[in-house]
Design a protein. Structure first.
Lengths: 554, 709
């Protein structure tokens, strides 16, 4: 009854495949709901991945942020090189937060469970989540070497044949700021993998699958073929782009050369600036994930993530350039630089995929606040604020929308109740969207007032305060990001202390525009002016509106 | 209850009327074509026809219960009132900023619903409440009046939403503004965010309030026309409406809270499923409805539909969650996916067969309708498989064209994949079953429900065709196919009790709460629920009060709803809160014990009146020959067409047993019984099917694969 070498037809494969992805999605939802880490809840900084018995990755949850694309296969091989598959037994659970083989910083813990049917190992389930804390200097870019950034747990058995290694939990507990929450999240991952294993076995029984490998192989093969066929439509050439961004002591540069041959791509980041001594360096695993994300959006967005989909695309960068950082370069804030990879890749492909790519987005602020609640208890929390989304052909960028990663609005009422920090105002900024035939999304302004009664530290790793979100195909740039303390400009990166009553103003960057603004439909320009998204002045000077405007509302 | 009761549900195509009461055996149904330009016309005309058909008089009618899509349609079609908004200074863009979240990270072109209030019709008011309910900036009510004057003059507003920050905690400013505006503009409908639904999270609360305001003038005019029309016919009984949460309310309540009338039809359908399940003594029920464009699923436990306080309306992008307007209000919880009779088959970018979410809709509809549709739809597949009879669709009211169906399935599925026509058609049928089963599994997992012991009640045109197969995939052992499955909502209106839910945001750490404060807040909410029901004429003694708290470990971002025990002794309830939460947490997330402090976030109290009796026994008139013929039907277990008996649903005798494979036809739908299924007709005319759950998807697939060319 072994179906191992039987061809799986396209109807059965679709059914099996969708079900496997749905198992991952279901477990992700459970993890998100139990998580203490706000970045997991609001941003889906969490992933669930399934492998066959040869450790080939064939299914992953769909809602996770792009950081997890293509990283799990590297991680499992890293884990299994220390604990070979044949040494694993039922009830084993391996963990590590290795940033180089994982997702680029110590906050993300990978938890792996071999799945056994009786004594037979049939596959693996892995979950990865961003922990609430990992010790060190907290979620900031202020470290100068990786050792400052928290505790590194090498690959180890958290459970050995079902028995918990309490030493590892004790070690974590002793090294982090919020031990109960960190342990709570680690154990939620353990539970999620238990569920993952159970679901995988149920799946096999339910659909009469004795061996996952043929399904896994078919899934990977179809994915690879779909990506290759999409790539074949791009003319063979080398596509280049470069961009500047704000470094800790002066501008830095990213460069890319995309060598497209037949149905494959080699993405090379040579020419990018070298690593720096603040925690914004990007391990290659993260650069690769961001590059794969950009290519996926522009070519085959609906192909589920798995090992096959990533095969046609190679990503390289010289060692210790800022997109291939090795320890001990610090990397806690690797997303600060890594988030520039999608616009870098997009810009390179704009001339051949102009209807598929997006102008640069304004990106987002993630601010860390350390201080006290009004009742004196300690407080450590994150505040998100999104800039404008980049425009695409025939689609204005949405205002206040995160990209390339994801997050969720922090409701004013929730934030004020939870922190005692008042949000005095939060509104869109007129004229902040890059002008274009399609306008970039507007940035927004938020004014926060420290009403906690205690000094409040705020850590920021912001960008786009010097280099705006660029437009494409003649579209204009979005406005710049600005931070102000009591109305005086302050650096958008680093640490500030807000005294009680101080006001921090955060102005989010606008998204880039697409195409020549003078070709924007006059009706759209009129509507933008009527709604107050564009001022009459910008309408005249940038959009070339000459007719007088009918007055309408405010 | 004496006299006649009538349920009237307006759907997209038909307005369904269901009548029960004195002198009637079971129920009587009537379908009238919906009149979109003035929905009241179909209601009144249908009522006259129904009464005339049965030679009954309007004077005998003691109650009419009405479910309407008027509010839903107003929001989807953007045909509500020009609405203005007064909002706390600094926050007029909250509706545009939205959730700052992308619901799909890979599709950069995802769409979002536009706010109902245009940006130039929002005016900021200089006032501010603090999160603790204290006043930071005092409101000048006259400033609110001046703002409204300007909105009426310049934006021409016909309705107003007043949305101030932290009004769930202290509604004084919203109320003061309303009172001043009522003096100056007595005819302007005004909705307060603290009144519509006093929940924390300004974006969702304000969006809910704008929907309320937006629909208010339209619903008021509609109800007035209906009331006048009924009065003119001589109707002197009660006239009530169904709400989104599955309880009935007075027209006065509906006029105040139109947003709570959203999706009241589907809610009524779930109530009817619950009613059937209660007769069958099923503890957990999955109500499954498959229509032309979407499939819906809802769980019912111990007779009560699961409630939710989150709902999204007017999805603007492929039925995707996240593309609509997110609302906060009590609703019967449902999951909805874009799988229906009109779902179009296509080969997805992976090279695999996929169904939907694009739909051929009702116009042009499936290829077999012969109205110009060329896409291959689920209905076309079911026709080719022999499940549907080309001459008995909608009881023969519409002929189906098999040639056109075959052409479409060949062009879009069979030829590209290299399959036989029948294998392709069965693939389409089976992919839909899988898609639906998967959606229900996820829904069950989110709510921690074990559906393997559930009973399914299947309705809608496609429910009886796909119900048994979906149940088998889910391991559900029993499926009820009710008589009148095509008018479930109209019937459901007749089993709905009066009910009212109240809810409040009041976040507090369990450690900071004492028994007295707990009892004070709960008592206040219980009084509110009792008061509203007593205004609807429900005697206080017959009101059943239930409570629930949304709780979580401090630091988590999601709450779980913990139902409370009997509210008679609030001291006992308070003492058991911690244990209640831990038990509910474990039930969903497994045996994880955390030492974190617990907090209460939202408080909910529901008051429910007695459920009206509805006796469906002996609803079936005795009929003639049960088997009306045989036709070839493609069965996966045979991998071929097999001559399959076709039963006339109206002729099957109560107690008769039908063994699958078999088809059981009624006017609006066909039940498809697979091998191993055994159906028995109960005395209400319902087919109760025992599913052979040992035969799983593997059985289908293993044999079906043999049909490949």
């Amino acid at each position: 009854m072994n179906r191992a070498h039987e061809e799986i037809d396209p109807i059965r494969l679709g059914i099996l495949w969708d079900r496997l992805v749905s198992i991952c999605d279901e477990i992700v939802e459970g993890l998100v709901r139990t998580s203490f880490s706000s970045i997991v809840r609001e941003g889906y900084d969490v992933s669930v991945v399934l492998f066959d018995r040869d450790a080939r990755m064939f299914a992953q949850g769909t809602r996770s942020i792009p950081v997890f694309i293509g990283t799990a296969p590297t991680m499992i091989r890293n884990m299994l090189s220390k604990f070979p598959p044949d040494s694993l037994k039922p009830g084993d659970i391996l963990i590590t937060n290795d940033p180089i083989h994982g997702t680029g910083h110590l906050f993300d813990i990978s938890v792996l469970r071999p799945v056994f049917r009786g004594e037979e190992r049939v596959g693996y389930s892995m979950t990865i989540t961003h922990l609430p804390d990992i010790g060190g200097m907290g979620f900031s870019a202020s470290a100068t070497e990786s050792f400052h950034e928290g505790i590194f747990i090498p690959v180890c058995r958290l459970y050995d044949g079902g028995e918990l290694n309490t030493f590892i939990l004790d070690l974590l507990r002793a090294n982090v700021r919020t031990p109960e929450q960190v342990i709570g999240d680690v154990m939620a991952n353990v539970g999620a993998n238990e569920l993952g294993g159970r679901q995988l076995l149920d799946f096999m029984a339910e659909y009469g699958v004795d061996d996952l490998r043929p399904v896994s192989e078919a899934v990977r093969r179809q994915s690879e073929a779909a990506v290759r066929s999409a790539l074949r439509e791009i003319p063979d050439a080398i596509y280049r782009n470069r961009l500047d961004f704000e470094g800790p002591s002066g501008p830095l540069e990213l460069a890319v050369a995309i060598d497209k041959q037949d149905d494959g791509l080699v993405i090379d980041f040579s020419g990018s600036s070298p690593c720096v001594s603040t925690g914004i360096n990007v391990p290659l695993c993260y650069s690769r994930a961001m590059a794969l994300y950009a290519i996926k959006c522009a070519t085959a967005p609906t192909i589920p993530n798995n090992e096959g989909a990533a095969l046609p695309i190679q990503v390289t960068a010289p060692e210790n350039c800022i997109l291939n950082a090795l320890r001990p370069f610090p990397s806690a804030g690797r997303h600060v630089v890594g988030h520039f990879v999608p616009p870098l890749v997009n810009g390179a492909l704009a001339e051949v995929l102009s209807d598929r790519v997006q102008a640069d987005s304004g990106m987002a602020d993630i601010l860390t606040f350390h201080g006290r609640h009004p009742d004196g208890s300690p407080m450590a929390t994150l505040y998100f604020l999104s800039g404008g989304f980049g425009a695409m052909t025939e689609l204005d960028g949405r205002s206040a929308t995160p990209g390339p990663s994801n997050m969720a609005v922090v409701p004013v009422e929730l934030w004020e109740s939870r922190t005692g920090i008042t949000i005095v105002e939060k509104r869109l900024v007129p004229d902040s969207g890059g002008a274009g035939e399609q306008r970039g999304g507007l940035g927004q302004i938020a004014v926060l007032r420290n009403d906690t009664g205690y000094p409040l530290k705020v850590f920021s790793m912001a960008n786009r305060w010097q280099f705006p979100a660029r437009g494409l195909m003649g579209g204009g740039s979005g406005s710049l990001r600005r931070h102000l303390l009591n109305d005086n400009p302050i650096p958008a990166t680093g640490m500030q202390v807000l005294a009680p009553g101080d006001r921090l103003t955060i102005v989010e960057a606008g998204g880039g525009g697409m195409g020549d603004p003078r070709r924007r439909s006059r009706e759209s320009v009129h509507r933008d002016v009527a709604l107050g998204f564009v001022t009459e002045e910008q309408a005249r000077e940038v959009y070339g509106l000459d007719k007088p405007l009918a007055s309408r509302g405010s | 209850m004496t006299g006649i009761r009538i349920g009237i549900d307006i759907g997209g195509t038909f307005t369904d009327l269901a009548m029960v009461g004195d002198g009637l055996t079971g129920f009587v149904l009537h379908k009238e074509l919906t009149t979109p330009d003035d929905p009241a016309r179909a209601v009144l005309d249908g009522l006259a026809v129904l009464l005339a058909n049965e030679t009954r008089s309007i004077a005998e009618v003691t109650q009419i219960v009405h479910g309407t899509t008027l509010v839903t349609n107003a929001v989807i079609e953007r045909k509500g009132a020009v609405t203005g908004m007064l909002v706390t200074k600094g926050f007029s863009d909250t509706l545009d900023i939205g959730l700052e979240h992308r619901y799909d990270l890979y599709d950069l072109r995802i769409g979002f619903a536009e706010p109902l209030v245009e940006r130039h019709a929002r005016v900021e008011i200089d006032e501010r409440m603090r999160h603790d309910g204290g006043v930071e900036t005092r409101l000048d009510p006259q400033a609110a009046v001046m703002a409204v004057r300007k909105l009426i003059a310049e934006a021409g507003i016909e309705a107003l939403a007043i949305c101030f920050l932290h009004s769930y905690k202290n509604p004084a400013h919203e109320r003061a503004a309303r009172d001043a505006i009522a003096v100056a503009f007595p005819n302007l409908p005004v909705s307060l965010s603290s009144d519509v639904f006093p929940y924390m999270r300004e974006y969702e609360r304000w969006t809910t309030t704008t929907v309320n305001a937006y629909a208010q003038p339209k619903l008021d005019r509609y109800l007035s026309r209906l009331e006048e029309g009924l009065a003119a016919m001589g109707f002197a009984g009660r006239f009530d409406l169904m709400s989104s949460s599955g309880g009935i309310v007075t027209p006065d309540f509906a006029r105040r809270y139109p947003v709570r009338m959203l999706e009241s039809g589907p809610a009524a359908g779930v109530l009817m499923a619950a009613h059937h399940a209660e007769r069958a003594e099923a503890a957990t029920v999955l109500a499954f409805d498959l229509g032309g464009t979407t499939a819906k699923g809802a769980f019912v436990q111990d007779g009560a539909p699961l409630k939710s306080y989150e709902f999204e309306t007017a999805r603007s992008y492929n039925h995707r969650r996240g593309s609509g307007l997110p609302l906060r209000m009590p609703v019967v919880e449902m999951t909805e996916i874009g799988s229906g009779g009109g779902s179009l088959a296509h080969i997805d970018p992976r090279g695999l067969l996929a169904m939907g979410p694009r739909s051929a809709g009702a116009d042009p509809g499936p290829a077999s309708y012969g109205r110009g549709g060329t896409g291959a739809t689920l209905t076309d597949a079911n026709l080719l498989l022999g499940i549907l009879d080309p001459g008995f669709f909608l009881g023969g009211a519409m002929a189906l064209d098999e040639q056109k169906a075959a052409g479409a399935v060949a062009a879009h599925v069979a030829d590209p994949l290299g399959f036989s026509l029948s294998r392709a058609a069965f693939g389409m049928h089976d992919v839909i079953n899988e898609d639906i089963a998967r959606a229900f599994r996820i829904h069950a997992a989110e709510r921690g429900i074990d559906f393997r012991r559930a009973t399914m009640v299947a309705s809608g045109g496609g429910g009886p065709i796909h119900g048994t197969a979906v149940a088998r995939k889910l391991g559900i052992p029993k499926v009820i196919l009710p008589l009148g499955a095509g008018a479930m909502s109209a019937l459901g209106l007749l089993v709905a009790p009066f009910s009212l839910e109240t809810a409040r945001s009041h976040p507090v750490a369990l450690a900071d709460l004492d028994a007295d404060s707990f009892a004070r807040i709960m008592t206040d909410m219980m009084e509110e629920a009792r008061g509203e029901l007593s205004r609807a004429g429900v005697p206080a003694a017959s009101v059943r009060l239930t409570g629930a708290l949304d709780m979580r470990f401090q630091g988590q971002g999601y709450e779980i709803e913990c139902p409370l025990p009997d509210l008679a002794d609030l001291g006992m309830v308070f003492a058991g809160l911690r244990q209640r939460f831990l038990a509910a947490y474990r039930a969903i997330f497994g045996n994880i014990v955390l030492d974190e402090p617990i907090e209460l976030i939202s408080w909910k109290v529901a008051g429910t009146g007695p459920k009206p009796p509805l006796d469906l026994s002996h609803a079936m008139p005795p009929g003639g020959a049960a088997v009306k013929g045989h036709r070839p039907c493609w069965l996966p277990e045979a991998g071929d067409y097999v001559s399959t008996p076709v039963y006339d649903r109206y002729a099957v005798q109560p107690g008769a047993v039908i063994a699958g494979p078999a088809l059981v036809e009624e006017r609006e739908s066909t039940a498809f019984l697979r091998r191993g299924d055994r159906a028995m007709l109960d005395n209400a005319g319902n087919l109760v099917v025992a599913i052979d759950t040992a035969r799983e998807a593997r059985g289908d697939e293993a044999v079906a694969a043999g049909g490949r060319t």
